[in-house]
Design a protein around this ligand. Structure first.
Ligand SMILES: Nc1ncnc2c1ncn2[C@@H]1O[C@H](COP(=O)(O)OP(=O)(O)O)[C@@H](O)[C@H]1O
Ligand SMILES: CC(=O)N[C@@H](CCC(=O)OP(=O)(O)O)C(=O)O
Length: 300
């Protein structure tokens, strides 16, 4: 039986959420669910419930998902290995087929199903649906920070977003539906492109003029070299942390997309710990928030 004295606490929590619900009602929030955050069933359900609750209180959640580890598992079963450069998977034609099957099929439909099982109405999309994510082959310089570097690394079918048509996602989001987007784009040549999910989330947030972009991952946020949590970071702080090697691997595209989104008008970006139950609700509706907050300018 529930203890009676918990009731004032519940009321307190709900009241704490009220100003946030009022502030975010009618606003779009893009939530990126990273493959590393999809670690166990309970967490996946808590994520889905958070998304459903957001929709019910009048926020417009748009889910963009990853699935890097899930792609890796299927590739391993097929006896195939792939390398990464700056957090991007080198993607040959065979790997692209696996990426499309895993992201557009397995992972996308799992998330759609989870949201629907928890009372939402999710609709899964890849960038091919309605031709809404146009992609082009990514040109990665030998050093991501060196604009003058002449050597381009060929990552195969890895793309970057050339444009996003917001119409289909906007239409779904304005109705009862919750769009769930797999990060696959289509080129002018009709080929599929494997796009890092963080990049798709950032561009989607920018194009939809989202209030917030929330990136769930498998760390407490951006950590310093001693493992301490960093927060209140500006675009210039991020550049410095990449240059000195504090930010590396998969955190590079994540922070790059975050800074692009901030420069593109998204109000705030949060990198939060997807291993914590209800991390999205804790970030949105509580005074303390969680994880790393990124802002466009240094805070005074
Ligand atoms: N400074 C940093 N702070 C936190 N994580 C970092 C940092 N630098 C590199 N990383 C790595 O980035 C990973 C998150 O990126 P990624 O594996 O692509 O996750 P996701 O699947 O959530 O997109 C972390 O698990 C960690 O290994
Ligand atoms: C180009 C590139 O690297 N694409 C990613 C797409 C999935 C992704 O981004 O998944 P996470 O968010 O779980 O890392 C990949 O192939 O793994």
């Amino acid at each position: 039986m529930k203890q009676k004295k918990a009731a004032p606490l519940i009321a307190e929590v709900l009241i704490e959420a009220l100003p946030y619900i009022q502030r975010f009602k009618g606003k779009t929030v893009v939530v990126k669910f990273g493959g590393n955050a999809m670690v166990d069933e309970a967490l996946k359900h808590s994520f889905a419930r958070d998304i459903v609750l957001m929709k019910l209180v009048g926020i417009n959640p748009i889910v963009v998902h990853g699935g890097g580890p899930q792609i890796g598992q299927v590739l391993a079963k097929l006896g195939k290995t792939t390398g990464f450069v700056d957090g991007m998977r080198i993607t040959d034609s065979e790997t692209m087929d696996v990426v499309e099957m895993v992201l557009g099929g397995l992972v996308n439909k799992e998330i759609v199903n989870l949201i629907n099982m928890n009372g939402g109405k999710a609709v899964g999309l890849t960038g091919k649906d309605g031709d809404f994510i146009r992609a082009k082959k990514i040109n990665l310089k030998r050093s991501a920070l060196d604009d003058d570097a002449s050597e381009i690394i060929d990552l195969g079918h890895v793309g970057e977003v050339s444009s996003i048509d917001p119409a289909v996602v906007d239409m779904l989001g304005r109705s009862d539906f919750i769009p769930v987007i797999a990060p696959i784009g289509v080129g002018a040549d009709g080929y599929s492109y494997n796009i890092n999910a963080d990049l798709v989330a950032g561009k989607t947030a920018e194009v939809l003029k989202a209030e917030k972009l929330i990136l769930l991952t498998n760390t407490a946020g951006i950590l310093d070299k001693q493992g301490g949590l960093l927060t209140g970071l500006s675009v210039s702080d991020i550049d410095a942390l990449i240059a000195d090697g504090t930010i590396s691997g998969g955190m590079i595209p994540k922070t790059r997309c975050a800074t692009d989104a901030l420069n593109g008008g998204v109000h705030s970006v949060h990198i939060i710990d997807g291993r914590v139950e209800h991390a999205v609700l804790l970030e949105l509706f509580t005074d303390q928030g969680v994880g790393t907050l990124l802002v466009s300018r240094p805070r005074c």
